[in-house]
Write a protein that binds this ligand. Structure first.
Ligand code: CMC
Length: 438
């Protein structure tokens, strides 16, 4: 149980008891009211979208959305992006501290040993249609890993959890690149453990057995930054899905497959793909105003993809780093004048100056800029969310591992039931005829 503060919340239920609810203080952030005794007093709380609910205790990541702060194990994301690497951040997220030189080398070597996937797994790919979305493939093959690695499925064994963590972090880029290679009908590339994590992913994506693939340091640095900036983001939809799935004791590969499924939606990780689709739909700078007007129209469901965030009501600190990286990549590739990028820059400017976006605190988010970088690098749009999933895998694992390292309960929210009250079954011949559709 967390430290209890001297403060208490007093809840008086009309015609019912008055309850004293303890208030906990974390090391940072808002105080949290413990409402767990409500159920014994015949009440639940109602909080659609869990906007006011802390689902767990955690020591991994802290976000202050109003101030635009993101810390991993206390370290600001800007410092990690500048000085660290994705694999070092993986170590930090999982073990809680930055590694020593020896620990870093050992961690990187161990990840390297797990980059290949079981040969039998390759046959799974041929069961998919060539035009299958790579997220659909990734969901399937990551879930299938549990059928291959039986020696790392005991979630109560810390060693099993650690091996599963290595396997997932190491194999995700391989599986991601295989999903892409399958869709374009090219042979799968094996990982090359001489290369860094990001370089390896790029060579498995863009290399082929017939010619050498030259890796640009600017591009591989940008790729590493994209992985690092997506590494964790506390209790977002996909991480919560992983924790909830894991709370039933499900194996790690199944849990991460659940995270991938949750990430896919356009309100979450699917947004980076949706940004590019939106830019393509806008198509020309002359149509920007029309789309901005639609985004502001309450009667139109259209939203500017890549803008707004549930938690950040200030500039997303990851977006700031991503914006700088986007500029570096565009300059290196000499494509600052790409028409879609021009539309993106103009949209960004409008959103930062327009009253609607300012008053609702809708800033460009990380997916807005990552989509631009990935397009510039030549990654197909359908792979954008897959890349988010590769980076986020460590966050999912760190949370899953944290949950299993302390006592936990199966996740089981309740509901405000609003359906029919009890009624008697009606036999088929007594039911009214359904109205015919026109
Ligand atoms: N364009 C236009 N209006 C918007 C947008 C947008 N992108 N985002 C929010 N709004 C409006 C919304 O219509 C609402 O207006 P009103 O108060 O008049 O009803 C208000 O802003 C608040 O929106 P909300 O949906 O209640 O806010 P939320 O916190 O539930 O949603 C969000 C956050 C990210 C789902 C939403 O901003 C959105 O749909 N953005 C576009 C999709 C996107 O870029 N998602 C990626 C998020 S970052 C990556 C990740 O963490 O997964």
């Amino acid at each position: 149980m967390p430290e209890k503060s001297v403060k208490k919340a007093i809840l008086t239920i009309e015609n019912g008891p008055t309850l004293e609810l303890p208030i906990y203080q974390g090391s940072l952030g808002q105080d949290v009211i413990d409402i767990s005794q409500l159920v014994a007093n015949d009440h639940f709380t109602f909080d659609p979208g869990f906007v006011s609910t802390a689902s767990c205790e955690s020591q991994i990541t802290f976000i202050d959305g109003d101030k635009g702060i993101l810390l991993h194990r206390g370290y600001p994301i800007e410092q990690l992006a500048e000085h660290s690497s994705y694999l070092e951040a993986c170590y930090l997220l999982i073990y809680g501290e930055l590694p020593s030189k020896e620990q870093k080398e050992e961690f990187e070597t161990t990840v390297g040993k797990h980059t290949m996937v079981h040969e039998q797994l390759r046959t799974f790919f041929s069961g998919f249609r060539r035009d299958a979305h790579p997220m659909a493939i990734l969901c399937g093959v990551v879930g299938a890993l549990s059928a291959f690695y039986h020696d790392s499925l005991d979630v109560s064994d810390a060693k099993h959890r650690e091996i599963a963590a290595f396997r997932l972090i190491a194999k995700m880029p391989t599986l991601a690149a295989m999903s892409y290679k399958f869709s374009v009908g090219q042979p799968f590339m094996y990982p090359n453990n001489e290369l860094s994590y990001a370089e390896n992913f790029l060579q498995m994506m863009f290399g082929n057995p017939c010619e050498d693939y030259k890796i640009s340091p600017t591009i591989s640095r940008a790729m590493d930054k994209i992985f690092l900036l997506h590494a964790d983001h506390e209790q977002n939809a996909s991480t919560s899905a992983v924790r909830l799935t894991g709370s039933s004791g499900a194996n790690p590969f199944a849990c991460i497959a659940a995270g991938i499924a949750a990430l896919w939606g356009p309100s979450h990780g699917g947004a980076n793909e949706a940004v590019l689709e939106m830019l393509e739909e806008i198509g020309d700078e002359s149509r920007i105003d029309e789309f901005v007007a639609r985004a502001k129209d309450k009667n139109d469901p259209f939203r500017l993809m890549g803008f707004g965030h549930r938690v950040y009501k200030n500039f997303d600190p990851r977006a700031k780093v991503m914006k700088e990286t986007a500029n570096e990549v565009l300059t290196e590739l000499g494509i600052e004048n790409d028409p879609l990028l021009k539309i993106a820059k103009r949209l960004e400017q409008i959103a930062l100056e327009d009253d609607y976006f300012i008053s609702k605190k809708l800033y460009p988010n990380v997916d807005f800029y990552s989509g631009i970088i990935l397009k510039a690098i030549g990654i197909p749009t359908s792979m954008f969310t897959v890349i988010f999933a590769v980076g986020r895998t460590v966050g999912w694992i760190a949370h899953w591992h944290e949950m299993h390292s302390a006592p936990y309960k199966i996740g089981r929210p309740r509901q405000l039931y609003n359906g029919h009250v009890t009624r008697d079954y009606v036999p088929l011949n007594k039911r009214p005829k359904a109205a015919k559709a026109d």
